[in-house]
Design a protein around this ligand. Structure first.
Ligand SMILES: O=C(O)c1ccccc1N[C@@H]1O[C@H](COP(=O)(O)O)[C@@H](O)[C@H]1O
Length: 228
């Protein structure tokens, strides 16, 4: 499926697109789509605080307008479950945030899925393995021992800049600790294709977004300036 989203109402700054991840409520999902977000992340990892049961997703996900693409997040799921969920929910991308191997990703790509492989960046060597993954979309997130993601921590963006130099043909989804306050600096310094945020647009409750923060995050990404 194409990366382009021609009906997006405002052209993003430097064409950087926005993904809001870990939405758990139908009304919020519709409101966030209405704000013009490019990608909405649905978290199918049962251990996440932002877990969305498949049964819930099936009741409302297809109400989201097609201008907002759905991304399903999985951690070490079975290939058949990823494929079945993608088909039944109508996912445009699957985000693999666990220890999935290049072969596992290849199998899903062969099935016609658009795979985003997440890499938790510990240091420069974390980038070495990227070459083996047969996917166009790579998501870089912060490394935290024993945690899979959604933790609100940044990693040194100079490593994301290095990724861009080493893998210019890949699409970079930049994640990890992004907020309405720092996303403009991230876009200007790294030039990712997509910025992805979960906790940075929430208050106290994981999975419940602060819509004003979402609005400010989108605006900061598209205007290239921190919005207060
Ligand atoms: O959000 C989660 O709960 C989560 C759980 C397991 C793996 C990934 C998860 N979220 C992803 O983590 C990054 C960064 O999140 P944050 O903005 O730092 O909170 C992002 O890609 C989310 O999609």
């Amino acid at each position: 499926m194409s990366e382009s989203n021609p009906s997006s109402p405002i052209l993003p700054h430097e064409n950087c697109r926005v993904k809001i991840c870990g939405v758990t409520q139908r009304e919020q999902a519709l409101a966030i789509a209405e704000l013009g977000v490019d990608y909405l992340g649905l978290n199918f990892w049962p251990k996440s605080k932002r877990h969305l049961p498949l049964e819930s997703a099936l009741t409302w996900a297809r109400e989201i307008p097609g201008t907002t693409k759905l991304v399903g997040l999985f951690v070490n799921a079975e290939a058949n479950d990823v494929q079945d969920t993608a088909a039944s929910v109508g996912l445009s991308f699957v985000q693999l945030h666990g220890d999935e191997t290049p072969d596992f990703c290849a199998r899903l790509v062969e099935q016609g899925l658009n795979v985003i492989k997440a890499i938790q960046v510990k240091d420069e060597s974390s980038l070495d393995g990227v070459a083996a993954f047969p996917v166009q979309n790579i998501l870089l997130d912060a490394y935290h021992p024993g945690m899979r993601g959604g933790i609100g921590e940044t990693f040194p963006w100079k490593l994301a800049q290095e990724f861009k130099q080493r893998y210019p043909e890949r699409h970079l989804w930049l994640a990890g600790g992004l907020t309405p306050e720092n996303v403009a600096e991230a876009v200007a310094g790294v030039h990712p294709q997509v910025v992805d945020v979960a906790s940075g647009v929430e208050d106290a409750s994981p999975g419940v977004k602060n819509l004003e923060k979402v609005r400010r995050f989108i605006e900061a990404t598209r205007t290239g300036a921190a919005v207060n």
